[in-house]
Write a protein that binds this ligand. Structure first.
Ligand code: GLA
Length: 380
């Protein structure tokens, strides 16, 4: 077993204590799965395109033991326990856990009831995949407990199934793949068509750089409806172009419908930007990807229309204060942005981002430095 991430161990120990307090017994094991940022390749996953996430050192940890009936406990807020006689109709935060057990059953990896206590420090509602972290920690825990060897790419699909069909959010496979497949120190280049992937070294420190994550703290606005609408646009554009997915559209594809045309252009140019980013990183220069990050943001803002005033403010302020590149990350409509910054300029960029938000009367963003952490793993 690889050495567990130290921070994941701390979180898992708290989950273990919560398990003892809630269920009066010892867990049979501890597991952890991280949140993520996506470096580039946004809204490409459900178009069978390319993505490039890395895992954040924030985890959902699960303490789990086999039991007679299902029960889920979360350390969130005051602590909450949900008991369920079956996996039907579990709601709220526990749906992400029950949904994974349901999806495993549906996928030929049967599981019996368990008691599960979770503890997570992946920022909630920040577009950093707190729900995927919960799903993936649950999945690797139940797989281990019930003796299933599940390939990690297939596991990502199963966790996605839980989110799509049980929770009812029409997301792609980016977040679950990131949580399960990313490795420490690397950014993962993933082809969402066939799960071929490559871990590309991402050594920011060697170049005197840091990656800032800017959680805009923006309240959610009709995210699911808009996300689904973008997916529907892509499907319609692919249908009109006569290709299975927009990933397959010719580079010069044009449609009469202006909106569908812009959606198509985003997907095609974004896939190209991912490939260009991989090229530059492989030549060993992280600083060279700044313009690609910014171009991705512009495309998401103007062609794909998934940015927000908070995200634009953060990106513009970061660039204005000397960031080498900046963009929204994740689904958009609030959530988080990332900025590639020389270490010496990090404080100035952070100050500029906070000042810009204050001037516009926006929520105060939370800024932190990201590091490429380990993917989902058993802690003990
Ligand atoms: C959300 C979804 C992912 C992906 C991104 C956009 O994070 O969960 O599947 O589509 O948005 O890239």
């Amino acid at each position: 077993m690889p050495t567990p991430d130290l921070h994941a161990v701390e979180l898992a120990e708290t989950a273990a204590q919560a398990f003892r307090d809630a269920f009066g017994a010892e867990p049979e094991g501890l597991w952890a799965a991280p949140g993520r940022v996506n470096l580039i390749g946004e809204h490409t996953d459900y178009n069978e395109g390319f993505v490039m996430p890395f895992a954040l050192p924030y985890y959902a940890a699960a303490a789990v033991a086999k039991a007679e009936t299902w029960a889920f406990h979360s350390t969130y807020g005051e602590g909450d326990t949900v008991r369920a006689d079956s996996l039907d109709g579990v709601e709220g935060w526990a749906a992400y856990i029950a949904g994974v057990a349901w999806a495993m059953n549906e996928s030929g990896y049967p599981v019996a009831p368990a008691h599960i206590a979770v503890n997570s420090d992946v920022p909630h509602g920040a577009g950093l995949s707190s729900s995927a972290a919960l799903e993936c920690a649950t999945l690797i825990a139940l797989a281990d407990l019930y003796g299933h060897e599940i390939d990690r790419a297939e596991a990502a699909r199963i966790a996605q199934k839980a989110e799509n069909e049980y929770v009812g959010a029409p997301t792609g496979v980016l977040d679950q793949s990131a949580s399960l497949l990313c490795t420490e120190g690397n950014v993962m280049f993933l082809d969402c068509r066939d799960f071929s992937r490559e871990q590309v070294p991402f050594d920011l420190a060697a170049e005197g750089l840091v990656m800032l994550v800017i959680d805009t703290q923006a309240p959610h606005r009709h995210v699911d409806g808009e996300y689904g609408a973008r997916r529907a646009d892509c499907e319609e554009a692919a249908r009109r172009l006569g290709v299975p997915f927009l990933r397959d559209a010719p580079r010069d594809a044009t449609l009469e419908d202006d909106r569908l045309n812009r959606r198509t252009r985003h997907i095609l140019t974004e896939n190209d930007r991912v490939l260009a980013t991989v090229d530059i990183l492989k030549r060993g220069t992280v600083s060279g990807i700044g313009d690609l990050l910014t171009a991705s943001h512009v495309s998401l803002r103007d062609d794909y229309e998934v940015s927000s005033v908070e995200l634009d403010s953060a990106v513009d302020a970061a660039l204005g204060a000397g960031a080498l590149g900046a963009r929204m990350t994740g689904g958009g409509f609030g959530g988080s942005a990332i900025a590639l910054v020389e270490s010496t300029a990090a404080a100035k960029v952070e100050a500029a981002v906070l000042e810009a938000a204050a001037e516009r009367g926006l929520p105060t963003p939370r800024v932190f430095v990201a590091r490429a952490a380990a993917g989902a793993h058993r802690v003990s």
